[in-house]
Design a protein around this ligand. Structure first.
Ligand code: AMP
Ligand code: GLY
Length: 420
């Protein structure tokens, strides 16, 4: 099979790494990819937001299966364009990707199927939003409705922060994504991520993970896209997974199908767990980054079979084979991230690393320059390892981190602390 993966981050490197191990994969192309992905796949330079360009490329290269990594092409309808052209595709339609692309839409779906989530209200102007916050009081959560690269959520821990958040969003900080605001009850508890494949009708859980959003050790400092993750997440016990499936995920999938916009792809449910009960924080219409890296290390080659079963509507007969293992990924970022950082510093020590099915380094933002790997983003490497216990995975991942020679990079030293 010839397979095309869209994306350029650590998530797509992990997807490519897993897909490549499956004997069904003959030719693997990633667009646009990065320097690490180039070590396992061919790269192609196409605009992944342009559905017509993606379809044309698939035709020219006899692509049998398209996997869409990030949310932006999904929200832009690239999966629709590919399916309309008869290309087998993993990833939801633009209409179904609204579960990530509009927070207000997700709340509407939760209401329709009675799924537990934070109480909320929607606003299209600052005056009404401010009046609502003044009535409800802090803490309260202010969200831009649309896609804002993970930055559109403001935790109003005080009234001042909440009101400033409303002004920021309606002031245009997130452009069109902030034309509407969702204001939510602040939920306490422990957060975890639950990944489910859906073919529109059937649903198959494929793993749990927890990430670390704050930049500094001990969960301090500003929020990031994620500084590390581990899988499984012990807080998501079998009982809580069952409750989340019965009360949140399955009703959502049924409601999406009932509306004529079935959800096909991976559904990433961000959950808040308190007193043995999960409530929905948000949906994403793609794998988490860096959560995908730990899931792929654990699933290995079967990830391709699962994604094919999903795209072909065969999930009712698919199952996951677990090795009873644990995985961890540590994000190495450029100094200064998530604020200002510089690009171009050379990363040494990568060539000599012992990489196998138990440990590997996924590249999130790298570029090859004069034969050397250089940093090309904020989050740069995802140092990933697997073990029979989380402690073993942790020891292996940090041994790899210590073997990498990158003075301009940093990482958290406490990934997994909650579970360890
Ligand atoms: P979201 O993009 O909706 O996932 O929000 C980003 C992060 O903000 C989440 O991962 C949570 O840590 C936090 N968050 C979002 N909504 C709430 C809420 N209603 N209560 C508490 N924390 C929240
Ligand atoms: N790591 C969080 C996300 O992918 O949204």
């Amino acid at each position: 099979m010839n397979i095309l993966i869209l994306g350029s981050g650590g998530r797509e490197h992990a997807l490519a790494w897993a897909v490549k191990q499956n004997p069904k994969c003959d030719r693997l192309i990633v667009a646009p990819g990065n320097a690490g992905i180039a070590q396992v796949a061919e790269l192609a330079d196409i605009d992944m937001l342009d559905g017509a360009a993606v379809v044309e490329f698939c035709g020219e290269n006899a692509i049998d299966f398209l996997i869409v990594g990030p949310e932006a092409p999904l929200a832009a309808g690239v999966a629709d364009a590919a399916r309309d052209a008869g290309i087998l595709t993993f990833g939801p339609s633009a209409a179904a990707a609204k579960l990530e692309a509009s927070k207000g839409f997700t709340k509407e779906i939760c209401d329709a199927c009675n799924a537990p989530t934070a109480g909320y209200a929607r606003f299209d102007n600052a005056a009404d939003a401010r009046a609502y916050v003044e009535k409800m009081g802090a803490p309260i959560v202010i969200k831009a409705d649309g896609l804002a690269a993970g930055k559109g959520v403001i935790m109003g821990m005080t009234m001042e922060e909440a009101l400033a958040g409303i002004d920021e969003i309606f002031g245009g900080a997130f452009g069109e994504a902030g034309a509407e605001v969702v204001i939510e009850e602040f939920m306490e508890g422990e957060e975890a991520s639950f990944f489910i494949l859906s073919d529109g009708e059937n649903a198959l859980p494929i793993g749990t993970a927890q990430d670390h959003k704050r930049v500094g050790d001990g969960d301090t400092g500003p929020n990031t896209g994620g500084m590390g993750a581990y899988s499984p997440a012990p807080v998501l016990t079998d009982a809580i997974q069952k409750q989340a499936m019965d009360e949140i995920v399955l009703p959502t999938i049924r409601e999406m199908a009932r509306r004529g916009t079935p959800y096909q792809g991976v559904l990433y449910a961000g959950l808040m767990i308190k007193d043995g009960h999960a409530r929905l924080v948000e949906y994403n219409c793609r794998f988490g980054d860096p959560e995908c890296q730990v899931l792929m290390l654990r699933l290995g080659a079967q990830a391709l079979d699962l994604m094919l079963a999903c795209a072909e509507g065969r999930l009712d007969s698919a199952k996951v084979n677990w090795a009873d293992d644990h995985a961890m990924t540590v994000v190495m970022a450029a100094k200064g991230y998530p604020g200002n950082y510089s690009k171009g510093s050379v990363i040494g020590g990568l060539e000599g690393l012992a990489e196998d099915s138990w440990q590997t380094v996924f590249h999130a933002g790298t570029k090859e320059k004069d034969g050397k790997i250089t940093a090309n983003g904020g989050r740069v490497l995802n140092v990933t390892a697997r073990g029979n216990t989380l402690r073993e995975a942790h020891a292996k991942a940090y041994a790899l981190v210590d073997a990498i020679d990158w003075p301009d990079g940093f990482c958290r030293r406490d990934i997994g602390w909650r579970a360890l």
